[in-house]
Design a protein around this ligand. Structure first.
Ligand SMILES: Cc1cc2nc3c(=O)[nH]c(=O)nc-3n(C[C@H](O)[C@H](O)[C@H](O)COP(=O)(O)OP(=O)(O)OC[C@H]3O[C@@H](n4cnc5c(N)ncnc54)[C@H](O)[C@@H]3O)c2cc1C
Length: 477
């Protein structure tokens, strides 16, 4: 179908003001902040209802036109770049919080609901409840984060965010709408058990199996008190000994770690980064909450006891600092006091380019993985930037290595591509699996994966999306 005719048919569905083929608009959707290859869509549409999404999908399916769902495009993996052109379906207008069910502790949201929206809604209208927040900017989508197996400041306790999904409404690639989870058989979207769990057909599939139009996600009680504490460690082994010991108490909401370049970038901005050997190599921040002062005092005292216990074993750690005290010393630390937050110092650091290789894997390999990957980063001339946390009560670990870079410098872009590939290969060697896998990383995973798993993946894709219109090029599909 000619582009002009397609635009006309789409305008009939959603109104011409929400269909664009304007080159400036297409350019915006052709790339993201990473090194992944840009690729322009033919058109961008912004539907406002499930019926409109259905009509767009039916038209695209009939005409075999690629569709790429999109909200903020901040996935840091090129996952919303329309690799084969076609139509980008920008879901920002679908930003309603349809229900806040306090008694059953869930909210039903549309794709365009952001962390900023959800936080404001809960804080202002449902102050006894909270959601979990990542380090991603407040304008990114809560739904996308959950669909991508994302991680947040409650992941140490509760695991990745797909575990918070109760139910879904999905427009399949052929245009039918289907309810998944409890929503399939109950008017309460309370969970996924005890039905066969079909949510997995849409989680971590990067929009290749359908467009989710509603999602129920869990919320949890907001306790009266919450504190955030920083503890600095002088080397990798001491850091993980501390983190593991704290995680095994199962007392803390979040135990996240970061390496020295993170702290330096925040305060030093674009200055060349160096570390004095006497300075700490990694820091951890611990979040804890409770309804009574006694509970809080106990959790705080436990951190001090752990530091002492480890010191007796020869492991040197700095005494804990409360974030409120840090902010008094340097207001820049406010960025780390409350989430969601915008880590502008990080996104802007390298000159427009920002990328990472993030992975989930065995806790037992955290030290080895960190040492190996720091050496790889240094070999390529990048500071050893790690963000890490134990997940789901210390059942697995996140290792995420971050590289800001200058996007206008083609040499750096080439270097960052090589760096990411080598980091992903090294992580896979250690048993970690890259998450939110960009197409090149998906290829590496598929090459090593069980061939029958790959076959099943392809069978599912072909069954759900027989004309292969959904976000082609992702997951090698
Ligand atoms: C500085 C920074 C820090 C970050 N920190 C974190 C972090 O701590 N934890 C974390 O998990 N993430 C983090 N992120 C990554 C990311 O921002 C989040 O996971 C975010 O929620 C993605 O939302 P988005 O709106 O950008 O999604 P998009 O990039 O628009 O979409 C993501 C994927 O979902 C698909 N998709 C979009 N809508 C739908 C739909 N309705 N149905 C099906 N598929 C769909 C897209 O095609 C794409 O494949 C960070 C990003 C940045 C820039």
């Amino acid at each position: 179908m000619e582009k002009a005719e397609l635009a006309r048919r789409l305008a009939e569905i959603i109104g011409s003001e929400y269909v664009s083929g304007d080159p400036d608009t297409l350019f915006i959707y052709s790339h993201d902040m990473t090194e992944n290859e840009p690729s322009e869509p033919d058109l961008v549409v912004m539907p406002d209802s499930v019926e409109e999404v259905q009509s767009i999908v039916r038209l695209a399916n009939e005409q075999r036109i690629p569709l790429t769902p999109f909200v903020a495009g901040a996935n840091v993996g090129g996952l919303a770049i329309p690799r084969e052109g076609g139509i980008v379906v920008d879901l920002k207008r679908m930003k309603r919080i349809l229900e806040v069910n306090e008694d059953n502790m869930y909210v039903i949201i549309e794709p365009g609901v952001t962390f900023g929206h959800l936080r404001a809604c809960l804080d202002n209208e449902h102050p006894r409840f909270r959601y979990a927040y990542p380090l991603s900017p407040p304008y990114t989508s809560v739904m996308c984060n959950a669909l991508l197996d994302g991680l947040t400041n409650l992941s140490t306790k509760h695991g990745d965010m797909s575990e918070w999904i109760n139910s879904l409404e999905v427009v399949l690639p052929t245009g039918e709408v289907v309810n998944i989870g409890a929503a399939a058989a109950s008017k309460y979207w309370f969970g996924r058990a005890p039905l066969p769990d079909l949510a997995g057909l849409f989680i971590s599939w990067q929009g290749t199996t359908g467009i989710v139009t509603k999602m129920a996600v869990q919320i949890c009680p907001k306790y009266k008190y919450r504190k955030r504490m920083f503890v600095m460690a002088y080397d990798i082994d001491s850091f993980f000994a501390f983190v593991r010991r704290c995680a095994w108490t199962q007392l803390y909401d979040d135990i996240a770690g970061f390496s020295w370049p993170a702290a330096k970038m925040m305060v030093a901005r674009r200055v060349k980064l160096t570390r004095d050997p006497d300075e700490p190599e990694l820091g951890a921040y611990l979040d804890f909450s409770g309804d009574t002062k006694k509970e809080m005092e106990f959790k705080e005292a436990m951190v001090r006891d752990i530091i002492k216990e480890l010191k007796d074993k020869g492991i040197e750690l700095e005494p804990p600092l409360l974030v409120d005290d840090l902010v008094k010393i340097n207001p820049d630390y406010l960025k780390l006091a409350e989430f969601p937050t915008t880590l502008d110092f990080l996104i802007d650091y390298g000159g427009g380019g920002f990328t990472w290789v993030g992975s989930y894997g065995p806790m037992s390999k955290s030290e080895e993985g960190t040492k190996k990957l720091f050496a790889v980063m240094e070999k390529y001339g990048f500071p050893p930037f790690l963000v890490t946390r134990p997940m789901k009560g210390a059942h697995y670990q996140v290792l995420r290595f971050i590289a800001p870079f200058d996007k206008s410098d083609q040499e750096q872009v080439k270097k960052v591509r090589e760096l990411c590939r080598e980091m992903a290969e090294s992580l896979l060697d250690l048993g970690f699996i890259p998450y939110k896998a960009p197409p090149w990383a998906a290829e590496l995973i598929l090459k090593r994966a069980d061939p029958n798993w790959v076959k099943l993946l392809k069978t599912i894709k072909n069954t759900l999306d027989p004309n292969r219109i959904m976000n082609p090029g992702k997951w090698g599909l």
